[in-house]
Design a protein around this ligand. Structure first.
Ligand code: NAG
Ligand code: NAG
Ligand code: NAG
Ligand code: NAG
Ligand code: NAG
Ligand code: NAG
Ligand code: NAG
Ligand code: NAG
Ligand code: NAG
Ligand code: NAG
Ligand code: NAG
Ligand code: NAG
Ligand code: CU
Length: 568
């Protein structure tokens, strides 16, 4: 289970053979994903779970910058599934983006669909995951985007590189778990543990074999591509006895950050350079939640072992790293605030300076009246838990919005998601009742092609406020500002960073605070925008932006593929 040599793909032979069979199409990659229920015994017990190619985490997609991958997904599971290519912009091609009933209907059991995954300016680590009910818990894997062919990293070439995927482990069927929670309107049970590359580690009641080992050679530097595929918790991550340097986030380079820990939210990826220069021994790599709300969460710690290859006997005592305590938002913020775009000559950025479309979106967890006829709901005061953006709790339609928009089908969505919350009050103050009751609807935000957009996400003190990792499909965006309290149109822009803001696809909005993002709406399509905490997304903390077509064919949504699973 050591580091894999760059380019050698142990265990992924079928996939890469296919790739290798087509040398004449060097810049197009072909993958086959076979979704099946698989029995896993490595996690303390046997449990059937849905996996891709019997792997957990699933296979790695590897491309060079700007290339293309065709991924044939064949579903032999029990339920319909879709796959999303998280952080891949898919220029003009929302048809392959994946979220259920937003850009397509699910691939039904026995069916298959070929996604065309179009890379453009992404470079670094991204990931793919299922985007239907909670199947992403087990259906996910890394995407590695290498520098363009013949190009180098903007840091010394590492000796070797590997991926590290953080995931949630549920000792139950995740679809039943969320379906039951939604049926009674309560908080779903937290996961039973976390894993690193599919292994929970030493701190669970498991046999000692259930740990991922990263073997290193003294003196060498390793590139660790970290993916947070966890369902409901943001995570602190550290390596005992070692500092490391973060060099990229969400498929874009950042100014190197030397640090002893990171905070990474679900949906985010971080590329880390680790030099094995400490006393040769065994060291724990560990991750546990950053969770600053009163809601229930999985308060366990997952570990892997960093093992110097020339150490023969396992020491009896292996040191754990010091991780910030779970509620330590200072430590979370201190790390996050250090992240700046690399913004070099080779990797320039282009932050919109002249905003033409201002959008303010409140982010809340709230409540709806119970609809059960035979009992009370599982939320506070017997209500049903809900979540909203601009106090609208998103209702997933039964016809996909992309289809409805492209073919002008009526009664699928409303085009009146507002640029402002319906009401202004002291969002982050003590009044937590104003947005307690949201409106339910399928409202989408229309944006003109080419607009320079600023979206301010404003956290509210409703329900259990917490840090929300907001994710936007079809784009990456610049995080120009973030602070606690209420965003103020006069004073807040004064603290914006328009020089080297990080360019990401997922950003944590601080509890009772705000985060401002900017992007140019140059990718027409129907793009989902949602909290990447899965229970919040299930409760309605979602919306859709529709970026209209530009003036030409080359600035317009492509034709749909002929075999797209459509909603019937
Ligand atoms: C998984 O294991 C259970 C019990 O051990 C068995 O009944 C089931 O058939 C197995 N499923 C698969 C897909 O192998
Ligand atoms: C995919 O579906 C098509 C029909 O839509 C079928 O002809 C083809 O054999 C299927 N491929 C796989 C790998 O299941
Ligand atoms: C598991 O632990 C036992 C004793 O505690 C040890 O002999 C064995 O080598 C360990 N196995 C692994 C894979 O570490
Ligand atoms: C890690 O960095 C801290 C300062 O941030 C320093 O005090 C500590 O000695 C460093 N640890 C190692 C192992 O280099
Ligand atoms: C998490 O668990 C630890 C014990 O492992 C406990 O000390 C701590 O209070 C718990 N934190 C929360 C927020 O529940
Ligand atoms: C392991 O660590 C504990 C506490 O740090 C210490 O008491 C014990 O002697 C150590 N055992 C060995 C074999 O080093
Ligand atoms: C965060 O950074 C500030 C300023 O650098 C420092 O005073 C504070 O101690 C740090 N907090 C934590 C928890 O590291
Ligand atoms: C900013 O955008 C507005 C609206 O499109 C336009 O009228 C104005 O000229 C622009 N200003 C600059 C400095 O580009
Ligand atoms: C209420 O009715 C539903 C079916 O409509 C059933 O699944 C559920 O168990 C019932 N709950 C109680 C508390 O009786
Ligand atoms: C998606 O639409 C189908 C009908 O086309 C419906 O059965 C399914 O429940 C919808 N999914 C969600 C998450 O609402
Ligand atoms: C924004 O800040 C200015 C200057 O401090 C203040 O006058 C104004 O009332 C604030 N606006 C809101 C909506 O709080
Ligand atoms: C429109 O653009 C697509 C690529 O997005 C291309 O395949 C097609 O040929 C173009 N059509 C015309 C009429 O230019
Ligand atoms: Cu959230």
């Amino acid at each position: 289970m050591g580091l894999r040599k760059k380019g050698s793909m142990l265990g992924l032979l079928t996939i890469f053979l296919l790739d290798g069979l087509l040398p004449s199409m060097a810049y197009i990659h072909y993958y086959r994903f076979s979704l099946k229920e698989t029995n896993f015994t490595r996690l303390c017990f046997t449990k059937p779970m849905l996996t891709v190619n019997r792997l957990f985490p699933g296979p790695t997609i590897r491309v060079f910058k700007g290339e293309k991958a065709f991924v044939n997904v064949r579903n032999d599971g029990k339920y319909g599934v879709t796959i999303h290519w998280h952080g891949v912009k898919q220029p003009l091609n929302p048809w392959s983006d994946g979220p259920e009933n937003i850009t397509q209907c699910p691939i039904q059991p026995g069916q298959n669909f070929t996604y065309e995954v179009i890379f453009s300016d992404e470079e670094g680590t991204l990931w793919w995951h299922a985007h239907s009910d909670w199947s992403r818990a087990t259906v996910h894997g890394p995407i590695v985007v290498l520098p363009g062919r013949g190009k180098a990293y903007p840091f010394p070439r590492p000796y070797l590189e590997t991926t590290l995927v953080l995931a949630s482990w549920f000792n139950t069927d995740v679809k039943e778990l969320i379906d039951n929670a939604m049926a009674i309107g309560g908080d779903p049970e937290p996961s039973d543990g976390f894993t690193i590359n599919g292994w929970p580690g030493a701190l669970y009641n498991c046999p000692n074999e259930t740990i991922y080992r990263l073997r290193v050679v003294y003196g060498k530097t390793y590139l660790l591509r970290l993916v947070n595929a966890i369902m409901n918790e943001e995570m602190f991550f550290a390596i005992a006895g070692h500092n490391f340097t973060v060099v990229a986030q969400d498929g874009a380079y950042i100014k190197p950050i030397p640090t002893s820990y990171i905070m990474i939210t679900p949906g985010q990826t971080m590329d880390i350079l680790l030099t094995a220069n400490q006393t040769p021994s065994y060291y724990y790599i560990a991750a546990r939640p950053f969770f600053d709300s009163g809601a229930p969460f999985d308060n366990t710690t997952t570990t892997a072992i960093l093992q110097y290859g020339n150490v023969i006997a396992a020491p009896t005592n292996i040191t754990l790293p010091t991780l910030p305590i779970q509620t330590d938002h200072d430590s979370a913020d201190n790390f996050t605030s250090k992240i700046k775009a690399l913004a070099s000559k080779e990797h320039p950025i282009s932050v919109p300076k002249n905003v033409t479309r201002h959008v303010l979106i409140t982010v809340s967890v709230n409540q709806l009246p119970c609809e059960l006829t035979n009992g009370t709901c599982g939320g506070p005061n017997g209500n049903r838990i809900s979540a909203s953006l601009n106090n609208i709790s998103f209702a997933t339609p039964t016809t996909d919005i992309l289809q409805a928009y492209y073919r002008s089908l009526p009664n699928v969505f409303d085009n009146d998601f507002s640029d402002q919350p319906p009401l202004f009050f002291n969002f982050s103050g003590v009044d937590s009742s104003t947005f307690l009751l949201p409106e339910v609807g399928t409202k989408v935000l229309f944006i003109e092609y080419g607009a320079s957009v600023e979206i301010v996400y404003q956290g509210t003190n409703v329900g259990n406020p917490e840090n929300h990792p907001m994710h936007l499909h079809g784009y990456s965006f610049y995080v120009v500002g973030s602070a606690y309290g209420n965003w103020n149109a006069t004073t807040s822009p004064a603290i914006y960073n328009l020089i080297d803001p990080p360019e990401v696809n997922t950003i944590g909005v601080p509890k009772n605070g705000w985060t401002a993002i900017r992007f140019v709406a140059n990718n027409p399509g129907v793009w989902f925008m949602h909290c990447h905490l899965e229970r919040h997304a299930s409760w309605g903390m979602d919306t859709v932006i529709v970026v209209k077509n530009g003036p030409s064919n080359g600035t317009s949504i492509r034709q749909p593929p002929s075999n797209l699973p459509i909603c019937v």
